[in-house]
Design a protein around this ligand. Structure first.
Ligand code: NAD
Length: 350
């Protein structure tokens, strides 16, 4: 089944989930299975209406196709978005019902945790289907918390961008990190070990204080972090933080962070380019998490994950060099590279 979901968006399948008894209402969107089963997490969030959940899932599923393709994974892109029931609800019943829907797709969708869902939820899903990852890992095997792998990939991406753009090692730089949750805090610790001068902001003041003590970072008000006089800015909190206004206020020469969908709209990539700011596309920098989750699903050793994550830095160098040579934004280059991989184009032969 092919469902046209919007003016420019074509998805292979869109499956509406509706099991009121179990509290399940939402959607699975499979954007592409050209490279393998569609892989992407399951989000549980409050949406005003089904159409809002479907729109979010569609955008996120497409993003997963691009992220998985560029990360060299044998997976297509997909996403599940569930509407969070109001009031109290039976979480186990909801995720078992979701698991049955995943099972019914016979392996063309592989799920995992995402915003609003946890290892415990995926463990419930795993009671009814094997097409799930993001469970606890055995020692030496891929899996477990993906955040350290995401942080490692962002660190390597940032190092590559700083070297090419500023001719500097990270240890010589001033770096601002927006959001010090799982990924942001891990990234800070890595940067601190490399000797960088750190500035951090989070709406969770306690998280900032803890990390400042560990890393000697300076705490900044959340509203001021993006416009700080630093060399690198790392958005590691929310999506959509790069808009006309915030980009006008940037003083950093490099933007590289973990947050998904950092650009408020695609045209912002050009605006960053015009301001001579090297923006590392989020789905390139933050692929470490899905690499870990995919490695778990494929039953790989942890070393396989490390090998794939180590390719993120060199990939960033390639993208930024091509962006510079062709005078187009890094986001444009990364999108075209992903589209070529999905379409089976051999860049070496082309
Ligand atoms: P998290 O929830 O652990 O951390 C997010 C942090 O951002 C929290 O500490 C929160 O208080 C803070 N925050 C929220 N609003 C803020 C604001 N306005 N200003 C400053 N701080 C704010 O999430 P995470 O797992 O660290 O992920 C961070 C980002 O990276 C998210 O966008 C996530 O989608 C993305 N991402 C995460 C992974 C992963 O492996 N965890 C993988 C890929 C992408």
């Amino acid at each position: 089944m092919v469902v046209r979901l919007g003016p420019q968006t074509l998805a292979e399948q869109m499956i509406r989930l509706d099991d009121r008894e179990a509290g399940l209402e939402g959607v699975i969107v499979i954007h592409s299975t050209a490279l393998g089963p569609g892989a992407g997490g399951c989000r549980l969030w409050t949406y005003p209406a089904f159409a809002d959940a479907a729109e979010d899932a569609t955008r996120l599923a497409r993003g997963m196709s691009y992220k998985n393709a560029l990360a060299g994974l044998p997976f297509g892109g997909a996403k599940a978005v569930l509407r969070r029931p109001s009031g109290t609800f039976d979480r186990k019943a909801l995720f078992r019902a979701f698991g049955r829907a995943v099972a019914n797709l016979g392996g063309c969708y592989v799920t995992a945790e995402d915003v609003g869902t946890s290892v415990a939820d995926m463990t419930e899903v795993a009671t009814v289907t094997r097409y799930v990852a993001g469970l606890n890992a055995a020692p030496g095997r891929a899996g477990g918390d993906p955040s350290p792998w995401t942080a490692q990939g962002v660190f390597d991406a940032m190092a590559a961008a700083a070297s090419l753009t500023l001719g500097s090692d990270l240890g010589e730089l001033r770096i601002a990190i927006q959001g010090v949750g799982s990924v942001g805090a891990d990234l800070c610790r890595r940067l601190s070990r490399s000797g960088a001068r750190l500035f951090i902001a989070d709406v969770d003041r306690e998280a900032c204080l803890r990390l400042a003590r560990q890393c000697g970072a300076t705490i900044v008000e959340p509203d001021h972090i993006l416009g700080l006089d630093v060399d690198v800015v790392a958005p590691c909190a929310l999506g959509g933080v790069l808009n006309e206004r915030s980009v006008d206020g940037l003083r950093a020469r490099v933007v590289c962070g973990a947050a998904n969908n950092q650009l408020e709209k695609p045209e912002i990539a050009r605006h960053l380019q015009d301001r001579n700011i090297a923006y590392v596309p989020d789905f390139v920098a933050n692929a470490g998490g899905i690499i870990s989750v995919a490695g778990e699903y494929m039953g790989e050793a942890e070393s396989g994950v490390a090998t794939r994550v180590a390719l993120i830095g060199p990939r960033v160098t390639t993208i930024l060099e091509e962006s510079r040579n062709r005078q187009v934004s890094p986001a444009f280059v990364a999108d075209r590279m992903a589209e070529e991989i999905i379409a089976g184009v051999d860049r070496e032969a082309a």
